[in-house]
Design a protein around this ligand. Sequence first.
Ligand SMILES: Nc1nc2c(ncn2[C@@H]2O[C@H](COP(=O)(O)OP(=O)(O)OP(=O)(O)O)[C@@H](O)[C@H]2O)c(=O)[nH]1
Ligand SMILES: [Mg+2]
Length: 288
Amino acid sequence: MRNDHETEGGAGRPGLLRGHMARALRVARRLLRAVDAVVEVLDARAPRASRYPALARMVAGRPRLLVLAKEDLADPVVTRAWLEALAAAGERAVAVDLREGGGLARLRRELGALLAERQGLRARRLPRVMVVGLPNTGKSTLLNRLAGRGAARTGARPGITRGEQWIRGDGYELLDLPGVLPAALGNRRVLGLLAVCELVGPEVVPEEEAARLLAEWLEAHAPALLEERYGWQPGEPPLEAVARRRGALLPGGLPDLERAGRTLLADFRRGRLGRLSLEAPEDAGPGS
Ligand SMILES: Nc1nc2c(ncn2[C@@H]2O[C@H](COP(=O)(O)OP(=O)(O)OP(=O)(O)O)[C@@H](O)[C@H]2O)c(=O)[nH]1
Ligand SMILES: [Mg+2]
């Protein structure tokens, strides 16, 4: 599967990573040999954009399970299509709602099957599983779910986990790592999608840019939603409709597009716009 971090090159230049992320990549690389399986956590709303090729390449050849987290926020029909496309590409993949626990039984089964393929570790020690992925995808929440307790710190913004931590789970040892950002920062559109999903923060993509991208996406893919929720009329800039409907006005009555943008992003991120997927497997590129 094509991944557009690659198209503009340079992914994996550690010089551009922040300190704890560069460290996380080094730790992941070093511990890769010591783990029996790798769980790669993606965002179900943007499974292509949220897959980081440097990580994918690094773990290539290791028993691997892809987890499409935040399934509760994604379009279920599109998620099913992703799971089928990934299966057809020979990947093990499951979709989970880590808030409510949906899909966890399946995830446990898949992980068990993956570990059962590993030979020679039975009875000698607990299997070790490394959890990798972009910031804020839900890695620590997943670990807590698997461990059955709140052993790892989680939070609603990228960059919560700062160092590696082994956690004893239900029959596994789990390694939590900080999220690692694409270093290339090359493809603005991919980054924009990540920002809309809050996998990268405003220091990487300004909120205004993320809001503009989301507004354009909604206009192209879900105009009825804009009409219904914000009274948007075709031809009108969506953020103006949001501003008007929410009373986000500047002195003089002009629409406050910055505030409208923040509102729109918050509505999307909290699932108030319904379950939306920004990328479908058949799209030529991320979010197109
Ligand atoms: N709606 C929804 N929210 C989720 C899900 N999984 C995780 N979250 C939320 O996403 C946010 C990030 O979760 P974390 O587990 O801290 O993410 P992380 O990947 O460990 O993040 P870093 O440590 O910053 O790399 C938290 O607010 C979680 O509650 C999910 O399946 N559905
Ligand atoms: Mg974490």
